[in-house]
Design a protein around this ligand. Structure first.
Ligand SMILES: N[C@@H](CCC(=O)N[C@@H](CS)C(=O)NCC(=O)O)C(=O)O
Ligand code: FES
Length: 113
């Protein structure tokens, strides 16, 4: 069976954005607490990211789950690699592992004030 057409769009977005969050709502106005929590973590780290609102695109909402083989939103991609959803990102943030991933992948973080 050929792969869903939406995969091409997903690859394109992932290729264009070093840090990409598939989410519900937008970074400025998240529409679910799980998405809001990841936005909050990224903001605390001072990481610039692009948000894709899957609520306005049912095909993408389904497609990203198949693409990542991960059943829920949010989904964070860093330099083309799926890192995790809300629980994983929060956990990695708390242990300092997330910061490490960004550093290893060469993603800029804001200096702590
Ligand atoms: N435990 C999940 C929480 C996210 C979650 O449960 N998302 C649900 C509710 S927002 C979801 O995406 N459901 C499928 C859908 O709405 O398409 C995580 O770590 O990311
Ligand atoms: S939209 Fe209801 S839990 Fe995310």
């Amino acid at each position: 069976m050929s792969e869903p057409q939406v995969f091409e769009r997903i690859r394109d977005e992932i290729g264009k954005n070093d840090v990409l969050l598939f989410m519900k709502g937008t970074p400025v106005f998240p529409q679910c607490g799980f998405s809001a929590a990841v936005v909050d973590v990224l903001s605390q780290l001072g990481v610039k990211f692009h948000g894709v609102n899957i609520l306005v695109d049912p095909e993408l909402r389904q497609g990203i789950k198949e693409f990542s083989q991960w059943p829920t939103i949010p989904q964070l991609y860093v330099k083309g690699e799926f890192v995790g959803g809300c629980d994983i990102i929060r956990e990695m943030f708390e242990t300092g592992e997330l910061e490490q991933v960004f550093k290893e992948k060469g993603v800029a973080l804001a200096e702590a004030a």
